[in-house]
Design a protein. Structure first.
Length: 172
């Protein structure tokens, strides 16, 4: 979790407007939990963050103890389908409770913050290799998104890959 916080803070600190928005909510807490998680799978614990005075986040290990200023519940009854939808750019269903201004700024962060992986790679390996790595990564990501879209289409129609569509008679 500490590494996730480091990555979040790295992405937030690269955008001064994001830090400014969070600075206004210093000391407030945000709890994220997965709602409807299948009972056959180990249940993940809620995750909580506190906004720091500089406008970054810190992880709160005991997420379930205090009442958060903002609670976000993410629909997770079908984790595989939710992940596939995430890969194609669809946001999961969420339920938000708590401070409206805080929720508005958190939504702005979700909509506007993006990790510039290529820029970070360029610091390590140089501009040209970073560009090629990012291009390759983009191609892989595109292939995964396309596969997820295809899978999502099958799930929505109730089809299985290789199955005969219901409107067609089986081959003789």
């Amino acid at each position: 979790m500490e590494r996730v916080v480091l990555l979040l803070n790295h992405v937030i600190s690269a955008e001064p407007q994001a830090m400014e928005k969070l600075r206004a909510h210093a000391a407030r807490t945000l709890r994220i939990e997965l709602e409807g998680w299948p009972t056959l799978l180990p249940a993940p614990s809620p995750i909580a963050f506190r906004i720091t005075p500089p406008g970054l986040v810190e992880w709160i290990e005991s997420a379930g103890e205090a009442t958060p200023d903002l609670q976000v519940a993410i629909a997770a009854a079908n984790p595989a389908l939710a992940f596939a939808k995430f890969l194609v750019g669809e946001r999961p269903q969420i339920r938000v409770e708590g401070d409206a201004a805080f929720a508005t700024d958190v939504n702005w962060l979700i909509e506007n913050l993006h990790w510039d992986v290529e820029d970070d790679l360029a610091r390590l390996v140089g501009d040209a290799p970073a560009r090629e790595i990012a291009r390759f990564g983009g191609a892989v990501a595109k292939a995964i998104r396309e596969a997820a879209k295809t899978l999502d289409g099958f799930v929505r129609r109730g089809d299985r890959p290789g199955a005969t569509p219901a409107s067609e008679p089986p081959p003789r």
